[in-house]
Ligand binder design. Structure first.
Ligand SMILES: C[S@@+](CC[C@H](N)C(=O)[O-])C[C@H]1O[C@@H](n2cnc3c(N)ncnc32)[C@H](O)[C@@H]1O
Length: 367
């Protein structure tokens, strides 16, 4: 018998490890600010500081619940709403400046915020981060252009898992760039460099109705909804923040219907209409469905597809994770039921790499 004993990780040690892992992910996804703060937060948790008090009761939460991002989202909301001025001074999103590498000013401000607002921050631990990623509209716009080139008809746009429904206004966004471009540069949402590779065809997009459904929708017109969406964007990610703020501005000008309902319910009330495309769209949503819900989604899509005609068309566009690489942007159109992968993108949507038609993965529905 060997005398080696393996020490079991305590819940506190496990959570400290998850905070550090989240920090590493933030660094690789473009937030050195959160990477540094989470390293300090992990040490503070182990030392029994304010992080331990805020995370009390959540040390055995499952890893994917991302307690680090829940806690940081709450602190960001305090900074954005003027209630944590020291932290705001370190957050570009709140008008501040990221302290230089090696400075502990940001961490001291976060630690102070956590200690001062412990009870309020604990409530943020009970809710998953809720974002609406505007960059993903670059994929939707390419899909819409592709189907408009197939038949130039106005579009009824339906989104399931729509969050705040910001991307239901995608036709008002602008994609400036070399690989094709879309829209008007005066748009408050610029998806700069959002299209790479073989650009989508230059067809006109006319959206005549916008309907979204989500189990937990965020009202983009309310101050609380806007604060929530902004709080979950990382404070040093200027591009994402500016796209979000532009899309919130557009949401106030371009109405869309947003319902609190499941994807099944949204599809149950959908019907194709003469003289138009009905387009179903979703992004980074499928992973939230269990096997039964996925099967139900497919059945409802097939039921709608079965009613498609040359004058009442159905299009299905999605941007979803794939098992074997980057996210896929896929389009299927009916009548015909031709599924094809138009391009790929990272999970935040930008940039989309459009494939040349001859290189596309393509087959009959179901893929
Ligand atoms: C990661 S978010 C993506 C939101 C948005 N599609 C985007 O790309 O920014 C996933 C969204 O799906 C919603 N959701 C999860 N399961 C759902 C279901 N069965 N029906 C409707 N919405 C659902 C969640 O509430 C959440 O808003």
């Amino acid at each position: 018998m060997s005398g080696v004993t393996i020490k079991q990780e305590t819940p506190t040690e496990r959570t400290a490890r998850l905070l550090r892992l989240q920090g590493a992910a933030c660094r690789s996804l473009g937030s050195p600010l959160y990477a540094g703060l989470l390293d300090h937060a992990a040490a503070d948790l182990l030392a029994g500081g304010p992080v331990a008090a805020v995370l009390d009761g959540h040390l055995t939460d499952p890893g994917p619940s991302a307690v680090a991002l829940r806690m940081l989202g709450g602190a960001h909301a305090l900074a954005l709403s003027g209630r944590a001025p020291d932290l705001a001074a370190c957050y570009p999103s709140a008008g501040g400046t990221v302290p230089p590498e090696g400075s502990t000013r940001g961490w001291q401000a976060l630690r102070h915020t956590l200690a001062e607002h412990r009870d309020e921050l604990s409530t943020w631990l009970d809710h998953p981060p809720q974002t609406n990623e505007v960059g993903r509209a670059a994929a939707l716009l390419g899909g819409l252009r592709q189907l408009a080139a197939e038949a130039q008809l106005p579009i009824h746009l339906i989104e399931v898992g729509a969050s705040a429904g910001l991307n239901l206004r995608a036709d008002h966004f602008c994609v400036p760039g070399d690989a094709g471009s879309y829209g008007d540069r005066s748009s408050p949402v610029l998806l700069t460099g959002g299209w790479q590779g073989s650009p989508p065809p230059a067809a006109e997009i006319e959206v005549i109705s916008r309907t979204g459904g989500d189990l937990d929708p965020v009202d983009p017109l309310s101050a609380a909804g806007q604060l929530k969406l902004t709080a979950y964007v990382w404070p040093d990610q200027a591009g994402r923040l500016s796209r979000l703020r532009g899309a919130l501005e557009l949401a106030a000008q371009v109405p869309a219907e947003l319902r609190r309902e499941s994807a099944s319910e949204t599809l149950a009330s959908a019907a194709l209409t003469e003289g138009s495309w009905t387009v179903l769209w979703h992004s980074i949503f499928r992973q939230y469905l269990d096997a039964g819900q996925r099967a139900d989604l497919a059945t409802r899509i097939e039921a709608l597809a079965a009613t498609a005609t040359a004058s009442a068309r159905f299009g299905y566009v999605y941007l979803e994770q794939s098992r074997d690489g980057p996210c896929k942007v896929a389009l299927t159109t009916w009548p015909g039921g031709r599924w094809r992968v138009l391009g790929t993108s990272p999970a935040h949507g930008l940039p989309v790499h459009w494939s040349a038609p001859r290189h596309r993965e393509e087959r009959a529905w179901p893929p």
